[in-house]
Design a protein around this ligand. Structure first.
Ligand SMILES: NC(=O)c1ccc[n+]([C@@H]2O[C@H](COP(=O)([O-])OP(=O)(O)OC[C@H]3O[C@@H](n4cnc5c(N)ncnc54)[C@H](O)[C@@H]3O)[C@@H](O)[C@H]2O)c1
Length: 344
């Protein structure tokens, strides 16, 4: 069962929790906006479900409460930013704005940050470029490319370089469900459908799965992202990255944000992209009752569903868990849901 909660209520709840542990109001707001957008887009793995991690990071002081990101090195098209160990969305928004400004001036803006923290869904940042009619690409471990088509349509690829995001496995674990085969492995490297085993010393499987099914390509994509982030930023990388949820040392994550202005290239970008999207959406589906989607379509469908329902449907266990978290920091809980809806 899922319960429906108004978007504004979830935003206010996350802000309340972050303020209670000492975040600046603007930082709390930036985090709440990214997490709620994750849920609205159907990526529950990177929304409210993750709030406890950010609360703990700020509460323990391992993530900074004060300060703003700082530009350390800059040219007309590039910048190296010190994220000042602030919440990831604060760093992400700063870098994206800077990349867009540079792309408006010289056609491209390539901004790399070190000293950052986890920033939620990558697509949140790549989609900011759409407002300026620009293509934006970025990565940490996820990769996202957003490009504007016509009449508000767009291509929004936003994906983990593992078969699924770790947050999805946490979500299954929190709900008490088993995970599909091919998502993760246990501590011995054997594929497992038990989310507990994957989270307890096991790991994620790269896109493609095992070697025979091309998993080495997902592995390569993950390393490519490290070249643009950890290598360029001089931040932590690969196995030097702090264990997920660890608070023993600062995260010092590296992130890369790129904005490209299509106006600097061949004319007609938006209409060509609309045409390409429509060519793919109108392909004949393998099963007649299914539709062919392009990247960003499943999220658009989820957003429409939330709009029709008048709120975001959450699994009841996630709400209970977060309300327990809030109680510990003496914060008013999420409003009890008066509407329950089925999982379908
Ligand atoms: N910040 C981090 O460190 C981090 C790490 C990993 C993932 N994430 C986030 O987790 C979220 C989930 O990632 P994921 O890889 O599990 O997403 P996913 O597998 O649900 O979707 C990946 C992409 O595929 C597209 N897609 C999905 N189904 C499709 C279909 N049937 N046809 C065509 N396109 C389709 C989606 O629109 C999306 O662009 C993303 O928002 C990502 O940014 C963040």
């Amino acid at each position: 069962m899922r319960c429906l909660i108004a978007q504004a209520e979830v935003l206010a709840f996350i802000e309340r929790c972050m303020l209670a542990v000492g975040s600046k109001p603007s930082h709390a707001k930036s985090l709440a906006e990214v997490l709620v957008e994750g849920d609205r887009r159907g990526h529950y793995s990177h929304g409210l479900n993750r709030m406890d991690v950010y609360v703990k990071d700020v509460q323990t002081g391992i993530c900074a409460k004060e300060g703003e990101p700082v530009v350390e090195k800059e040219t007309v098209a590039t910048a190296l930013v010190n994220g000042s160990n602030l919440l990831g969305p604060v760093v992400g928004n700063f870098c994206m704005d800077l990349a867009i400004k540079k792309a408006l001036n010289v056609g491209i803006g390539w901004v790399v940050a070190h000293g950052s923290n986890h920033y939620g869904i990558a697509g949140y940042y790549s989609m900011q470029a759409l407002r300026e009619n620009m293509i934006r690409t970025l990565g940490t471990n996820p990769i996202s490319v957003a490009a504007p088509a016509q009449d508000g349509d767009s291509f929004v690829l936003d994906m983990a370089t593992s078969a699924v995001a770790l947050g999805k496995i946490e979500l299954y674990d929190r709900r008490g469900d088993i995970i599909p085969e091919g998502w993760g492995c246990d501590a011995q490297g054997k594929l497992s459908t038990d989310p507990g085993k994957v989270l307890d010393g096991g790991g994620l499987v790269p896109i493609g799965g095992g070697e025979v099914t091309g998993g080495y390509k997902g592995f390569g994509l993950g390393m490519m992202v490290e070249v643009f982030c950890g290598m360029l930023a001089g931040s932590q990388y690969s196995r030097y990255i702090r264990t997920w949820k660890g608070t023993d040392r600062v995260a010092d994550l590296g992130q890369c944000f790129v904005a490209i202005n299509p106006a600097n290239f061949a004319p007609g970008f938006n209409s060509r992209l609309s045409d390409m999207l429509s060519l793919h959406r109108t392909l004949e589906p393998a099963k007649p009752d299914m539709e062919v989607f392009t990247p960003g379509d499943p999220e658009r469908i989820h957003i429409s569903r939330c709009e029709e329902l008048g709120g975001i449907p959450y699994h009841i266990n996630v709400v209970k868990f977060m309300n327990d978290c809030a109680k510990k920091i003496r914060v008013e809980p999420l409003l009890p849901c008066d509407r329950l809806i089925s999982d379908s």
